[in-house]
Design a protein around this ligand. Structure first.
Ligand code: GRF
Length: 199
């Protein structure tokens, strides 16, 4: 299966997915909206095709998304993986990849969509935080949930300390979700991803 990974920066989740060497998965390309994304250089060094679609060069979200889709489709992806891709996507774009685009978000959705998730969880006095892999739909940080990971919050936690622990979880959760997608294990039933059968 061809996979295109979209990043905007560091790309540590992209790295985790590449390094997982998922059976039958081919990382066809890593695409960034920022030319200076650190993850681009990392991918290029490993011989992975890279591309940049710089959002600053486009007058509208629609024009940016249209060009992004054209670049992505050039790699004939079976799956598009958003890994720290920090652009809001138009409904046309999300519809085009419906059922074949995943995102990872650093909260236990449906709590805390959007930015500054860990700070908000700490402010609310939450006792746990975490991350969610979900299929992408038109609504930001919504869509059928594939997997979630949980960390316990402590009194001395800061947004950064939580982010560090959650990121480690992300690096396990996301490659595993991609592996399950590639293996054909992710089925959406009534708008939800069916849970794996219990042994
Ligand atoms: C991760 O915390 C991810 O959940 C969020 O943005 C961050 C990206 O980190 N969407 P990286 O670029 O994968 O290192």
């Amino acid at each position: 299966k061809n996979i295109v990974i979209l990043i905007s920066g560091r790309g540590s989740n992209m790295q985790a997915i590449v390094e997982a060497n998922i059976p039958a998965a081919h990382i066809a390309a890593v695409v960034s909206n920022r030319p200076d994304a650190a993850g681009l250089a990392w991918a290029a060094e490993r011989g992975i095709a890279t591309a940049v679609v710089d959002h600053k060069q486009f007058a509208s979200r629609e024009a940016f998304d249209a060009q992004l889709a054209q670049v992505i489709d050039g790699y004939q992806p079976d799956l598009v993986v958003l890994a720290g891709f920090m652009r809001i996507l138009t409904a046309d774009f999300t519809r085009r990849y419906e059922g074949r685009m995943l995102n990872i978000h650093p909260s236990l959705l449906p709590a805390f969509p959007g930015l500054h998730t860990h700070a908000r969880a700490l402010e609310m006095g939450c006792k746990v935080a975490g991350c969610t892999v979900h299929f992408v739909t038109a609504e930001l940080d919504h869509g059928p949930i594939v997997a979630q990971g949980v960390v316990t919050l402590q009194d001395n936690d800061t947004p950064d300390s939580v982010a560090g622990r959650v990121l480690q979880l992300e690096h396990q959760l996301y490659p595993d979700a991609v592996r399950r997608f590639v293996a054909g294990e992710l089925k959406i039933v009534d708008g939800k991803v069916a849970s794996p059968a219990q042994p």
